[in-house]
Design a protein around this ligand. Structure first.
Ligand SMILES: [Zn+2]
Ligand SMILES: [Zn+2]
Length: 281
C-alpha cells in the first residue's frame, strides 16, 4: 500500500481540515499518512479520531523550520501531542510565528497593501496562520495575481515584506526530537540550495552526528534520477530515504496526497524502517 509521510492541514497552512485529509487519504487507498503541520501538533487529535474509523495508520508529526542559511525544514515523525521536550518548545515557537505575522502585516501596510488580522484569520480557518494565508488575502484583494507572485515579489526571504522569526538550530531540533521519541527526517533537500557535493556531505555528516534518522528522497516534483540520487545519498550517510507529497490542499493545486504530481511512490518498507528508530533517543 502507498504511504505519504509529509502533509499539511488547516492546523498550519493546508486548506483542508485534518479529518478531511485523513478521509481523502483513505479514499485514495493510502495505508499510512503522516500529518506534519508546521510547528504544531494541533491537528493530530482530530486526524486521529477520523483515522480510528478507517483502515489507515495515522502517524502524528510536525515540520519544523530551522535556523539555517537559506532555510531548513525537519519533519519529525511519531511526535505525539502532549507534554514533552520538543512539544513544549513548539508552544514558544508558535508565539514567534504570531509575532512574525503581525510584523508582515505592518510591512505590507507600509507598502500600500493594507490587510487585517481578521481577514487572515478567516482565510486560515481554525489553524495557525502562515504566509500562504497572507498571500491568499493579498490575491483576493487584488494586490497580486497569484500566491506564487505574492511570495516572489513580497513575502519570500529577502523581499520587502519578509520577516524572520525565532527558530531552533538543526542540532537542537534533532536532539529534542529524539528526546521526545520522535524520528527526525530532513525535508525536501533541494530547498537547502546546496549544489556542491562536498557541502552536502559536510552537512549530512554533521546532522547524522546529531542523530538525524532520515532524508526525504521521494518528493513530489523530483524526477526519477533525482529521487534515486537522493536515496543513494541518504544510504551513503546511514540515513533512511523517506518521502511524501507535502500536500497543502488548494494552496498547491494539482498536488495530490500520496502520488504528488502523479508519479510519486513511497513504499511501505520506508515506514517499517523508520519505525525501528522510534525511541532510539
Ligand atoms: Zn517544508
Ligand atoms: Zn511541508
Amino acid at each position: 500500500m502507498a504511504v505519504d509521510l509529509h502533509s499539511h492541514s488547516t492546523a498550519s497552512d493546508g486548506s483542508e481540515r485534518p479529518s478531511t485529509l485523513v478521509e481523502r487519504a483513505a479514499e485514495l487507498g493510502l495505508g499510512t499518512l503522516a500529518l506534519t503541520d508546521h510547528d504544531t501538533l494541533e491537528g493530530i487529535e482530530e486526524a486521529r479520531k477520523a483515522a480510528d474509523h478507517l483502515d489507515l495508520e495515522l502517524i502524528s508529526g510536525a515540520e519544523l523550520s530551522l535556523d539555517h542559511v537559506g532555510g531548513m525544514h525537519l519533519v519529525v515523525l511519531w511526535l505525539e501531542p502532549g507534554p514533552g521536550p520538543l512539544q513544549d518548545r513548539l508552544g514558544s515557537l508558535q508565539n514567534g510565528r504570531n509575532l512574525r505575522n503581525a510584523e508582515i502585516v505592518d510591512l505590507l501596510a507600509d507598502l500600500g497593501m493594507p490587510l487585517t488580522t481578521d481577514e487572515i484569520a478567516a482565510e486560515s480557518g481554525s489553524g495557525s496562520v502562515g504566509r500562504p494565508h497572507i498571500a491568499a488575502v493579498m490575491m483576493r484583494k487584488g494586490y497580486v495575481q497569484s500566491i506564487a507572485e505574492a511570495f516572489e515579489l513580497w513575502l519570500a526571504a529577502g523581499r520587502p515584506a519578509y520577516a524572520s522569526r525565532p527558530r531552533l538550530s538543526p542540532e537542537e531540533a534533532i536532539s529534542l526530537a529524539l528526546e521526545s521519541d520522535g524520528v527526525p527526517v530532513l525535508a525536501h533537500p533541494h530547498t537547502l540550495g546546496i549544489n556542491r557535493a562536498a557541502e552536502m556531505a559536510d552537512l549530512l555528516t554533521r546532522l547524522r552526528g546529531a542523530g538525524l534518522v532520515g532524508l526525504e528522497a521521494m518528493c513530489a516534483g523530483y524526477r526519477r534520477h533525482e529521487r534515486d540520487g537522493y536515496a543513494d545519498l541518504a544510504r551513503r550517510f546511514g540515513l533512511v530515504p523517506s518521502g511524501g507529497s507535502d500536500y497543502h490542499g488548494s494552496y498547491k493545486p494539482e498536488l495530490e496526497l500520496g502520488v504528488g504530481y502523479g508519479d510519486l511512490e513511497v513504499p511501505d518498507s520506508v515506514v517499517e524502517e523508520l519505525r525501528t528508530h522510534r525511541g532510539a533517543g
